[in-house]
Design a protein around this ligand. Structure first.
Ligand code: CUA
Length: 165
C-alpha cells in the first residue's frame, strides 16, 4: 500500500491554508517604513496650508502649527488632537500615526464667517496589507510547487486519479 500526499491533495492544502491564514493574522513587528515626518501647517482665514497631508502608518508626525492672521484652532478627527494657535506663536503637535485612513483636521476656534469650512485632510497610508499580500503570494506559490512536485512523482496520472492505495 502506497501512501502519498498526491492521493490526498486536501491534506497538502490544509497546511498551506493554515499558513495563509497565519500570514494574514499574525501582527507584524511594526510598520516597515515608519519614520519621523516633520510638517509645517499654516492656518489662515479660511484654510490650512497645505490642505492635504500624507504620511505612512506608524510614522512619528511632528506638526509645527502656525497662524498668519488671527487666532485659529486645529482639531484632528480620529486622533482627538486639539490645539489653539495664535499669530506669531508656533505650536508643536507630536503624535504617532497609528491609525490608517483619512482624517479631517478642522479649525476649532471661531475665526470668521467661513470658519466652518476651514478643513484639511490627513491621509495615513496603511503599509501592512502590502506585505501581507506578498506573503500570501509566496505561500500560495510554494504550495503549488510542492503540489506539482508531489503529483509529478507519479508516472501515471491515471494512477493518481484512481488512487492506488
Ligand atoms: Cu480658523 Cu476657525
Amino acid at each position: 500500500m502506497r501512501y502519498s500526499l498526491a492521493n490526498h491533495p486536501l491534506l497538502l492544502w490544509l497546511p498551506v491554508a493554515a499558513l495563509m491564514l497565519a500570514v494574514w493574522l499574525i501582527p507584524l513587528p511594526g510598520p516597515v517604513h515608519a519614520t519621523t515626518r516633520k510638517l509645517t501647517l499654516n492656518a489662515t482665514q479660511f484654510e490650512y496650508g497645505p490642505g492635504r497631508v500624507q504620511v505612512n502608518q506608524g510614522d512619528r508626525v511632528i506638526i509645527t502649527l502656525t497662524a498668519s492672521d488671527v487666532v485659529h484652532g486645529f482639531y484632528l478627527d480620529g486622533y482627538g488632537l486639539e490645539r489653539r494657535v495664535e499669530p506669531g506663536v508656533a505650536q508643536q503637535i507630536t503624535f504617532i500615526a497609528d491609525q490608517a485612513g483619512k482624517f479631517r483636521y478642522r479649525c476649532s476656534v471661531n475665526c470668521g464667517p467661513l470658519h466652518p469650512f476651514m478643513i484639511g485632510e490627513l491621509v495615513v497610508r496603511s503599509n501592512t496589507p502590502y506585505w501581507r499580500a506578498i506573503g500570501l503570494v509566496l505561500v500560495t506559490t510554494a504550495g503549488m510547487l510542492v503540489h506539482l512536485w508531489q503529483t509529478g512523482k507519479h508516472k501515471s496520472f491515471k494512477e493518481v486519479i484512481r488512487g492506488t492505495n
